[in-house]
Design a protein around this ligand. Sequence first.
Ligand code: NAP
Ligand code: HSE
Length: 356
Amino acid sequence: MTRIRVGLLGLGVVGGAAARLIDAQRHRWRRQYGLDISWRRALVRDPAKPRPVDAAGRLTVDPAEIVEAGDIDVVVEAMGGVEPAGTYVLRALRAGKRVVTANKALLAERWEQLQEAAAEAGQRLGIEGAVAAAVPCLAAFEQVLAAAQVERIDAVLNGTCNFILHRMERTRASLAEVLKEAQALGYAEMDPTDDISGRDAARKGTVLSLLAWGRRPADVQCRGIEDVTPADVAAARDAGGHLRLVVSLEAPAGGEPRLRVGPQVLPAGHPLAGLEGPDNGLCIQARPLGRLFLSGPGAGGDATACAVVGDVIRGTLARPAGSKLVVICDEREATAAAPGPGHRAADDPLAAADRL
Ligand code: NAP
Ligand code: HSE
């Protein structure tokens, strides 16, 4: 049995759903993969807030109890923002932890620094949850698309905006009303202007450009949906189309990548036009394979938690046997209770397994 002790930076929509998923699926993963995954501790701002999981004795306001703790193997960053999240991720990598993050703002702003720090630490960042949540689009760049030449990407990458535009199409409600619903469902960013302004989608587009071409877009134009009215949505529908917030990326031969974000009326037959609720989708044009279309849940705690915890599992299964994070422990160790904050690895009977 391989033991993976997760430390969560954040126990909100994504961190809370990841903790709930780990608690619910732990026994299945033990049987299916021989992995014993538990979450040991979570960093929060306000330990008095109600939580979606039983977090008694596992909350801390001290980041060192996650990023430098001897009893944490993988750090899941789900707090958002560039700082202090960026500093905590770097500290975790330097302390030899594997890191998984769903934070596209951090990735878009600090990509080169984070990738360099991960490479120095001999780690790979898990980032699948940062773009299009549960749609396994970033993995595609490491697999089938690694061998292809990506020419163009058209995508819907913001679940909040898709939810709003789709709901406005059906109900004729105002943008402000539907935005409140999207916030209540956990789709929107802490500051929802990042969603509505197109900035969140542009950050995800930047991550895609870095994966597809190894370069940031040199030319970025970004418009959001803030001025869209129920009449605009109805006019698009009456014309047989659907209004969607579309991200378009292309890299002309020998040229720099270009990124455009803005509302577009898509014809009914377009694969992105049919996306409902918070779904996201990507049409990727690449040579010689032609067009790849990927779609699925693009926001929300459960969808993102699957991507994030999937990275925890995938990163572990992909490691060669005997590598630092693979810990052999017996049945008794795997079911032992988690220690509370302040617990030191040296006191931990389970830590003996680390030295095997
Ligand atoms: P959230 O619900 O606001 O949760 C943020 C969590 O981080 C909270 O538990 C908060 O503590 C904690 N936190 C924030 N700043 C902190 C600080 N300085 N010190 C200590 N704790 C801090 O946010 P979320 O929706 O889960 O999003 C988290 C990340 O995932 C963001 O990067 C977001 O862009 C990304 N993401 C979100 C979704 C989604 O659908 N929501 C999907 C994909 C990616 P308190 O609870 O005490 O306030
Ligand atoms: N606020 C983001 C969205 C969360 O609505 O797409 C998923 O990244």
